[in-house]
Design a protein around this ligand. Structure first.
Ligand code: ZN
Ligand code: MN
Length: 483
């Protein structure tokens, strides 16, 4: 049994989200559409930090950040400053990152706020606007003296950094927080979490009796829960053996699925923050915030409440569906095509989401469309297929993308409504299982066995309710000595 209770686990997250709805980088006019492009083709003298160039703030980034801060219930600063974060690492050609700072007279974009997860409020410490560094890749191995390649296409892309208080109590809650955050950003239309590297996360975690350990390099939200679970196991085993868990920064090795210690030297950073002299302080008026607020799209929590009202969903189901914008959109598209919203929600939550989780895919990568699902539901309604058969039709849709009518035709799945056929099959089963028939007169379990044989024989293509009635009638005839 684990001796560490969840109340003794403290997790904080630092999330970097690219503002993927911007056409250009944060401070220059380079295109932000850098993915898959040849290295160092989306660069200019400004994002390369050439002497004599001046950065200019992308106004749309300010609007995005304002929407995010409002959605996170955060207090937007009335006057915002940019700071230089100096460091010597080749991912920034300027040797500094334009960022923000909450000390030395610095004011980040916004302070405070929270995200609601079930009944818990996970507090936000701050949000800030900053630029993304470039991307490094390595060639060769340590033995063969590796070389580092730099691609600056990503350098200067607009980011929002969101830092939480250490309010998260479990790896699962961390995942729920990140899912909710992603849903909020996607509802706002500011960041598309399905794009590779668009949302990245560092985590810090401490267990009672140990110090704070930071985990860096978690490349996707999906990895966060895994990395945290590993850290808890590792730290627990230290604490239980009386070994002190020291403060350190660790790196998540996605391939080996373990965290590894970085040299402690690397964590002693002195970034020598100072105000960015090339950018003016930005004043953010109440009026501006109000203007942004009125044109903000619907947020997940509002959508959840609307789903309960409009589509008669349970709170729990509405919450699950709005956890993911794609899922919520999918649901509403289905409702346009088919009126039984509860039925749709049951199929999405009971069948589609487990599949998505299992295969570790994005909803937009799926072959199933709202038309697939609603066509299939109509085939259940008109008795063409049973609910049980629909499950295998649905699995077939998910793996092939074929329409339900052609799956039913190809697999010969049509339900057999002919009563005479059912009677014949019941007779066949009774004849082939005399022992069970004898037992069935006194033992309910034997009836279930006979029904199982019947469904097997007919490949589940008959109506179990009708078949059950016929079976029981036949058995009771037998007890009365009618044959
Ligand atoms: Zn540029
Ligand atoms: Mn940052």
């Amino acid at each position: 049994m684990s001796r560490i209770k969840s109340a003794e686990i403290k997790i904080g997250l630092e999330v970097h989200c690219q503002l993927t709805n911007l056409m250009t980088k944060l401070f220059c006019s380079c295109s932000s559409d850098y993915r898959g492009k040849d290295p160092n083709t989306h660069i200019c003298p400004i994002c390369m930090g050439m002497p004599g160039t001046l950065p200019v703030l992308n106004e749309k980034a300010l609007e995005d950040a304002t929407m995010v801060a409002i959605a996170l219930n955060s207090n937007i600063s009335d006057r915002m400053l940019f700071f230089r974060k100096n460091y010597f690492y080749p991912d920034m050609p300027k040797n500094f990152q334009i960022s923000q700072y909450d000390k030395a007279g610095g004011v980040p974009f916004s302070l405070g706020g929270y995200i609601q997860i079930d009944k818990e409020k996970i507090r936000i410490r701050r949000t800030q606007i900053e630029e993304d560094p470039g991307k490094l890749s390595y060639e060769g191995t340590i033995e063969s003296s590796p070389s580092t390649l730099v691609d600056y296409n990503r350098a200067g892309i607009a980011l929002i950094e969101i830092v939480t208080e250490p309010d998260i109590r479990s790896p699962k809650e961390a995942r729920l927080f990140l899912e909710k955050l992603r849903s909020i950003l996607e509802h706002l239309g500011v960041s598309d979490g399905s794009l590779e590297g668009a949302m990245r996360c560092d985590a810090n975690i401490s267990l009672k009796g140990g110090r704070r350990v930071e985990i860096k390099n978690i490349s996707s939200f999906k990895e966060v829960e895994r990395a945290l679970n590993f850290e808890i196991t590792r730290q627990k085993s230290f604490i239980e053996r009386g070994i002190i868990v020291g403060q350190e920064t660790r790196h998540w090795d996605e391939v080996r699925r373990i965290t590894v210690s970085l040299r402690s030297k690397e964590e002693e950073q002195d970034y020598r923050y100072f105000p960015e002299p090339d950018l003016v302080p930005v004043t953010i008026s109440k009026d501006y915030i109000q203007k942004v607020k009125v044109k903000m799209p619907e947020l997940p929590d509002d959508r959840m409440r609307r789903f309960i009202e409009q589509y008669d969903l349970t709170l729990q189901n509405a919450e699950i569906l709005t956890r993911n914008k794609e899922m919520a959109d999918f649901f509403e598209e289905c409702v346009e095509l088919y009126k039984n919203s509860r039925e749709i929600s049951n199929w999405l939550i009971g069948e589609l989401l487990p599949y998505v989780r299992d295969k570790n895919v994005e909803i937009e990568e799926l072959k199933v469309t709202p038309k697939h699902l609603t066509d299939m539901l109509r085939f259940i309604d008109d008795g063409t297929i049973s609910r049980k058969m629909a499950q295998s039709v649905f699995r077939e849709i998910l793996s092939t993308g074929k329409m339900p009518d052609s799956i039913i035709k190809e697999k010969g799945l049509k339900k057999i409504l002919d009563k005479q056929y059912v009677v014949e099959m019941v007779e066949k089963v009774l004849k082939e299982n005399p022992r069970a028939v004898e037992d069935a007169l006194t033992d309910e379990k034997a009836i279930n066995y006979l029904m199982g044989q019947l469904m097997k024989l007919t490949k589940g293509r008959i109506d179990p309710k009708v078949a059950g009635e016929i079976m029981r009638r036949r058995l009771s005839d037998l007890t009365k000595g009618i044959s």
